[in-house]
Design a protein around this ligand. Structure first.
Ligand code: SAM
Length: 231
């Protein structure tokens, strides 16, 4: 297992659609894809089931899956290369450094899929839905660019919902049970690896879609609550 992981880490860059902390692509993703199609990112994509599914059903959009773990990205890149998907790439990077790899307004949409919840209060700034990250997304997203967020974790979802409101955002498209909701579409219905596991366990999937219009820093201490378990 460890050997397989190590092989995948080393082999990842051998795929033509795979990159590691590639600063030279910043502002030049249109040149890489060879067209002007909208660019959509999947943050913390793991093995990339969502970005793969989206790239298959939306050939007039480009997708990049991003993750810290190149052994997981290897699985994603191999599958995309085998399928011959030209509108899909993967890059190893830390989401905290997103603005080093994408130019201002270069991105049209962002998916956040089943991110690590970081339940302890002092780790709230590590949540991918924290203002610290939202302000970075605001830099690389075009005005009106849409963020979509999916999680099984009710506590993270509720914390994020309240945090988004404290940051001045408007949340018109939100559900606590995506797969039995009118927000279910061919795109939102694509199941990630974690999503498949949680659905098998009978859990509901929370989903929200929003823009960053009105984004401002939240009031002090509005992000300090620990994620509370439902009573
Ligand atoms: C719980 S997994 C979810 C994977 C996938 N989205 C899914 O739904 O199956 C969280 C993923 O986020 C990645 N991740 C966590 N923090 C990250 C960071 N700061 N930058 C990039 N990726 C990160 C992890 O490596 C992991 O693959």
């Amino acid at each position: 297992m460890a050997r397989k992981k190590s092989f995948r880490k080393d082999d990842f860059l051998n795929f033509p659609n795979a990159f590691k902390e590639d600063h030279e692509k910043k502002g030049k993703w249109k040149e890489y894809f060879g067209n002007d199609y909208p660019l959509i990112l999947e943050l913390g994509c793991g093995k990339g089931e969502l970005s793969f599914g989206l790239a298959e059903i939306c050939p007039d959009r480009n997708f990049i899956g991003l993750d810290l773990k190149s052994d997981r990205l290897w699985v994603a890149a191999q599958r995309a290369a085998e399928a011959g998907l030209k509108n899909l790439a993967y890059q190893r990077l830390d989401i905290g450094q997103l603005t080093d790899f994408f130019a201002v307004g270069e991105v049209d949409g962002i998916w956040i899929t089943f991110p690590d919840p970081y339940p302890k209060s002092k780790r709230a700034p590590r949540r991918l839905t924290h203002y610290r990250f939202l302000s970075q997304y605001a830099e690389i997203l075009k005005p009106g660019g849409v963020i979509e967020f999916k999680t099984d974790n009710f506590e993270l979802f509720e914390w994020s919902r309240e945090h988004f409101l404290a940051c001045g955002l408007t949340l018109d498209h939100l559900t606590y049970d995506l797969h039995h909701s009118e927000l279910l579409t061919p795109e939102t219905g694509i199941k990630t690896y974690y999503e498949q596991r949680f659905l098998k366990m009978g859990m509901k999937i929370n989903y929200v879609r929003f823009t960053l219009e009105g984004l401002h820093e939240p009031p002090p201490d509005s992000d300090s609550d620990e994620i509370q378990s439902p009573v």
